[in-house]
Design a protein. Structure first.
Length: 161
C-alpha cells in the first residue's frame, strides 16, 4: 500500500510538471499538468487532476475509465513538458512530433518512457467546478475565461517505477 509520506513526495514531484496521458479508441494524447492532489478517499489512494473542458484531453477522457500520469525527474523533459503544455492534440500529433515512446502497462492507457515513475489511474468520480460554489478570488485568478475544470478523482491502481 502507498504510504502517505510517499504520496506527498510523489505529489510534490507531480506538480513540478507531469504528463497526463489519455486514450480513447485509436486516439492517444499527452498533456502537461501542474496541479493536482493526492489523498485517501473511499478506502483507496486517490489522485485528483483538474482538466479544463476546453482541452482535447478532456474530450478523450470524458467517457473513459482510465488515464496515466507520467512524472519526470525535476528539471528533466522540459522540452516535452513545454510542447505538451502549449500545443493541443486537436491541432498536432504530439507523440509523433516529439517522437515520444509510449509503453504499455497494466491498464488500457500507456505511459511515457523517460519519466521517472508512472501512476496508473482508474477514474472513480468526476465533477465540473461550479462557479457559484467557487471562491471569488480563485475564480478571477484561475478562470478569467470561465473555462472551468472538471475534477477527475481516480484510484491509483498501480505505480510503475
Ligand atoms: C506547466 C503547465 C501546467 C499545466 N497544468 C494544467 C492542468 O493542471 N490542467 C489543465 O487543464 N491544463 C493544464 N495546462 C495546460 C495544458 O497542458 C495545455 O492547454 C495543453 O495544450 C492542452 O493539450 P490538449 O488540448 O492536447 O489536451 C498546463 C500547462 C503547463 C505548461
Amino acid at each position: 500500500m502507498l504510504a502517505l509520506e510517499q504520496s506527498r513526495a510523489y505529489l510534490e514531484q507531480l506538480t513540478n510538471g507531469s504528463f497526463l496521458i489519455s486514450k480513447n479508441g485509436e486516439r492517444t494524447n499527452v498533456m502537461t499538468i501542474g496541479w493536482g492532489s493526492m489523498g485517501y478517499l473511499w478506502n483507496r489512494f486517490v489522485v485528483m487532476v483538474p482538466v479544463r473542458t476546453t482541452r482535447y484531453s478532456y474530450e478523450l477522457l470524458k467517457d473513459e475509465h482510465f488515464f496515466t500520469i507520467s512524472v519526470p525527474k525535476k528539471g528533466q523533459m522540459s522540452r516535452e513538458l513545454n510542447y505538451c503544455g502549449t500545443k493541443s492534440g486537436r491541432d498536432v500529433d504530439k507523440i509523433k512530433d516529439l517522437a515520444l515512446e509510449m509503453e504499455e502497462g497494466s491498464i488500457p492507457v500507456p505511459h511515457l518512457r523517460g519519466a521517472q515513475f508512472h501512476l496508473e489511474c482508474k477514474i472513480l468520480y468526476k465533477e465540473e467546478i461550479n462557479p457559484e460554489k467557487l471562491n471569488g478570488l480563485i475564480d478571477l485568478e484561475c478562470y478569467p475565461q470561465k473555462d472551468y475544470s472538471v475534477l477527475f478523482y481516480a484510484e491509483i491502481v498501480n505505480i510503475i517505477e
